[in-house]
Design a protein around this ligand. Structure first.
Ligand SMILES: Nc1ncnc2c1ncn2[C@@H]1O[C@H](COP(=O)(O)OP(=O)(O)OP(=O)(O)O)[C@@H](O)[C@H]1O
Length: 551
């Protein structure tokens, strides 16, 4: 069972310790019942102080052991979930981009948020159910000592009830993952509404269509889950009915067979009444267990997939990566790459035969979908070539060297993510940061407190400037920019091409920029023109178009 495997694999408290504490709580709970039961049947006699003292001790043991049990469970479960989350995030961080894109963000988030929460919420119910089992077992022993006939009848009855309930619940087992799958779809729709909120807000037609779609998936999830709850509820009622029948048997049938004394009937009936609650808990816990099990299964399968992806990436992330601070030359020899086919058609790029030398400013140009970003992803080591050789300073870059290789690049993707913190980057001095703010014309817009920006709520052009500032602080040998200037105003765009790129070049940086700004093509040492995944021209030092760079 995935949940049990998960708990056994991850639990740090010894199972024996758990068992002893659970048994203590269960036994003390049962003893409370036994003392009350025995004393109440002797109600006409004088109160025995020793019994009262024993009662007090047993209650104290119950309080201590039950609290300890709950405490251990809460801490253990949250620790397991913490480690699971951490493991998943670490594996995600070690994985390669392409397979991660295929799993999809929604699925990874569902695992990280919903499934871990399901397990966390189930933990207490499961502990109480486990204790209930102990309690039921002890009550049965009590009944056995009190009256054999009643014991065998009760055992038979409970066995049949448990068998029937479990068999009916097993039928429901496969429905849990299905219901969760339906909920995943709701989760994706929710993300659509939240991520696309601005688009949704502006179009009533889009909003209505999206909501309609969401209502359909939500209704499917509702029906699947309600169906489960109703069936689980029926099982609960069925289980309780079995108990009532059992009580009936003990009270009406037991005295007429065998030689059971009337007080034994009372004691047995009281003991059975006492286990009504625990039996209900066990029955209720079965669907919870099934849900937590499905969640654990989902998590372990995702963990397994992610681990396989991470292992296949075979990069050196497990060992410390020594960042490369310089290079002479990167070479692409006959490199090709193709995406997995979409609709039967696979987009491929290459073969590329290219060289990037230290200090060069290179532009990559071409129409939409011509493969520029794909080339950049190959260049910075996010995608691995299907064929061909990647060489750094003449040495072949094999997969084990990719992490070091990637450390050459600072990249601002078209869909870049701006972090509020300078994660993994040594913060600049106040003077250095101020100089950057002035250079990027960001005065009064952003401040750096140690390694945290006071805000990243900026205009899209300003956010791009801030991203460039971060790259300059990061100070890696190669800066890759994907249409960086696209959302800059004409003046700053001009500054970018005419001042910033030459400045970076003067500082010895290699810049590779995807651009459509043809009036500035002369800034590049080389321009690589692409069409349909292939390089169609390499233009060395283009002539300036002449005239002012006015847009
Ligand atoms: N993650 C992906 N999975 C499958 N195919 C993809 C993926 N990303 C891109 N493609 C395919 O690769 C082609 C080239 O995409 P790419 O992003 O490299 O183009 P581009 O030249 O950068 O375009 P643009 O100027 O529009 O940014 C696309 O037309 C698409 O068919």
């Amino acid at each position: 069972m995935p949940l049990i495997d998960l708990i056994r694999r991850e639990m740090t408290t010894k199972p024996m310790t758990m068992l002893v504490i659970a048994a203590l709580a269960g036994v003390s709970n049962a003893l409370v019942m036994a003392i009350i039961n025995t004393s109440s049947s002797l109600a006409d006699e004088k109160v025995d102080l020793r019994t009262v003292a024993l009662f007090g001790i047993v209650v104290a043991i119950y309080i201590l052991s039950q609290r300890r049990m709950m405490q251990i469970t809460a801490i253990e479960v949250e620790e397991i979930i913490h480690r699971l989350r951490r493991g998943l995030i670490e594996t995600v961080a070690r994985s390669d981009l392409l397979p991660l894109e295929q799993i999809g963000r929604s699925n990874i988030l569902a695992g990280l948020i919903r499934d871990t929460q399901t397990i966390s919420q189930a933990a207490n119910i499961l502990v109480i159910a486990a204790q209930s089992v102990i309690l039921i077992a002890l009550a049965m022993i009590y009944i056995l000592i009190t009256d054999r006939t009643a014991f065998w009848l009760s055992t038979g009855f409970i066995a049949i009830a448990v068998f029937l309930v479990v068999r009916r619940l097993i039928d429901l087992r496969n429905k849990y993952p299905m219901a969760m799958g339906k909920e995943n779809l709701v989760f994706q729709s929710m993300r659509d509404v939240l991520d696309g909120f601005k688009e949704v807000k502006l179009s009533a037609a889009r909003r209505d269509a999206l909501l309609e779609d969401m209502v359909v998936v939500s209704e499917l999830a509702r029906d699947a889950k309600a169906d489960l709850q109703v069936k689980s509820g029926n099982e609960f009622v069925f289980g309780q009915t079995m108990i009532f029948l059992l009580l009936g048997v003990v009270v009406f049938l037991v005295p007429s067979i065998g030689d059971t004394k009337p007080e034994a009937v009372v004691q047995t009936a009281t003991a059975i009444l006492f286990i009504v609650g625990p039996l209900g808990m066990v029955i209720q816990a079965v669907p919870v267990l099934a849900m937590a099990n499905a969640a654990a299964d989902n998590l372990s399968r995702m963990d397994q997939t992610l681990r396989e992806i991470a292992a296949a990436s075979a990069t050196a992330t497990t060992t410390a990566v020594t960042p490369l601070t310089q290079f002479d030359e990167i070479r692409f020899d006959g490199i090709t790459f193709a995406y997995a086919p979409v609709g039967g058609v696979a987009f491929g790029v290459g073969p590329f035969d290219l060289t990037v030398r230290q200090g060069e400013t290179i532009f990559i140009t071409g129409g939409n979908g011509s493969g520029k970003s794909t080339l950049v992803r190959l260049l910075v080591g996010l995608y691995y070539p299907d064929r061909g050789m990647l060489r750094l300073n003449g040495q072949v870059v094999d997969r084990h060297f990719y992490d070091s290789y990637r450390s050459l690049f600072s990249v601002i993707y078209a869909d870049y993510h701006l972090f509020r913190r300078l994660y993994g980057i040594t913060p600049p001095s106040a003077e250095e940061f101020q100089a950057l703010v002035t250079l990027m014309e960001m005065g009064g817009k952003v401040a750096l407190d140690k390694d945290v920006f006071d805000t990243i709520d900026l205009s899209s052009g300003q956010r791009k400037r801030l991203a460039l500032m971060v790259s300059m602080i990061e100070d890696r040998p190669i800066l890759v920019l994907d249409e960086w200037a696209a959302d800059q105003d004409p003046q700053f765009r001009r500054k970018f091409y005419r001042e910033l790129l030459p400045l970076l070049k003067a500082r010895g940086k290699t810049v590779i920029a995807i651009t459509h700004d043809d009036r500035y093509f002369d800034v590049a040492d080389r321009r690589i023109a692409m069409e349909e995944g292939r390089v169609v021209a390499i233009v060395e030092r283009e002539a300036a178009t002449g005239g002012e760079d006015v847009e």
